[in-house]
Design a protein around this ligand. Structure first.
Ligand code: ADP
Ligand code: ADP
Length: 235
C-alpha cells in the first residue's frame, strides 16, 4: 500500500483551507499531523478517504493516490475506499447496539452473514484493539455502557474488522482520560506493525511519544515533514 498526495488544494466555498500539500505517507508508521487549531489537519485527514465529499461546497484539486490510483477518479467506489482507508473520530461513536454488533457492523454492510465467520472476526478485531479480555464475557451487552476509553477501542475494533490498510485517527484521545489515552497510545504503537496510521493531534508530546513521522501544518500549508526525532530535535 502506497499513499500520497500531490499539489493538493482544498476550498470550502470561497475559503481555501489547504494549499499545495504534497506528502508521501510512509508505510507501517504512525504519521502525526500537528499544528495549531484551524491549520487544516482534520481537513487534510478527511481528504484521505474522501470524507470531505459529504460536505457541500467543497472543491478539491491536485491528486491523492492509493497504490498509484487517483482516489478522486470518477469511478472510485467510495465503500471500497473507506474500507481500505478507515477512520476513527475524536469522540467515540459506537452505535446503540451490542458490543458484538458494533464490531461486525461494517462486515454486515459488506454482506457477510456466516455466524462462525462473524464470531471469528469479532474475537480477532477485539484482540487487535486490546479489548477482548475486558469484554469477552459480555459481547451482547450494549456498547453505550462501556467507559469512554473502551468505546474508543471498540470503534477501533469496528474499523479493523473490515481489514483496512490505512487507519485515519482524528485526535482519538482528546475526549479521554489520561489512563485511557495511554492505552490508546500503546495500541497505536502495536497497530503500526500491520497498518499505516495517520493521526491528527494537537498534543506535541503525544506526537513525539507515538509517531515515527511528523507533518507540521500552518495556515493550510504543509510547512515541514520529516522523521519525528528530527522534527523534535531541530531548533
Ligand atoms: P484543524 O484540524 O487543524 O483544527 P480544520 O481542518 O478543522 O483545522 O480547519 C481548517 C480551516 O477550514 C479552518 O479555518 C476551519 O474553520 C475551516 N473549516 C473546517 N471545516 C469546514 C467546513 N466544513 N466548512 C467550512 N470551513 C471549514
Ligand atoms: P476540530 O478543530 O477539532 O476539527 P472544529 O471545532 O474546528 O473541530 O470543527 C468541528 C466541526 O465543524 C468539523 O466537522 C468542521 O468540519 C466543522 N467546521 C469547522 N469550521 C467550520 C466553518 N468555518 N464552517 C462550517 N463548518 C466548520
Amino acid at each position: 500500500m502506497k499513499m500520497m498526495t500531490s499539489n493538493l488544494n482544498l476550498y470550502y466555498g470561497e475559503q481555501q483551507a489547504l494549499y499545495d500539500v504534497s506528502l508521501e505517507i510512509p508505510q507501517n508508521c504512525v504519521v502525526a499531523l500537528i499544528g495549531p487549531s484551524g491549520c487544516g489537519k482534520s481537513t487534510f485527514l478527511r481528504t484521505l478517504n474522501r470524507m470531505n465529499d459529504l460536505i457541500g461546497g467543497v472543491r478539491i484539486d491536485g491528486r491523492i493516490e492509493l497504490d498509484a490510483v487517483n482516489i478522486y477518479a470518477e469511478d472510485t467506489d467510495l465503500v471500497t475506499l473507506r474500507k481500505r482507508v478507515g477512520m476513527v473520530f475524536q469522540r467515540p461513536n459506537p452505535f446503540p447496539l451490542s458490543i458484538y454488533e458494533n464490531v461486525i457492523y461494517g462486515c454486515r454492510v459488506h454482506g457477510l452473514k456466516d455466524k462462525k465467520r462473524l464470531d471469528e472476526i469479532v474475537e480477532r478485531s477485539l484482540r487487535r484493539a486490546a479489548l477482548w479480555d475486558e469484554v469477552k464475557d459480555r459481547l451482547q451487552a450494549p456498547a453505550m455502557g462501556m467507559s469512554g476509553g473502551q468505546q474508543q477501542r471498540l470503534c477501533i475494533a469496528r474499523v479493523l474488522a473490515v481489514e483496512p490498510e490505512v487507519l485515519l485517527m482524528d485526535e482519538p484521545c482528546s475526549a479521554l482520560d489520561p489512563i485511557s489515552t495511554m492505552k490508546i497510545e500503546e495500541l497505536v504503537q502495536e497497530l503500526k506493525q500491520a497498518y499505516t496510521i495517520v493521526m491528527v493531534t494537537h498534543n506535541m508530546q503525544q506526537a513525539a511519544r507515538v509517531s515515527d513521522y511528523t507533518a507540521f501544518f500552518l495556515n493550510g500549508k504543509l510547512i515541514e515533514h520529516d522523521v519525528t526525532d528530527t522534527i523534535f530535535t531541530n531548533p
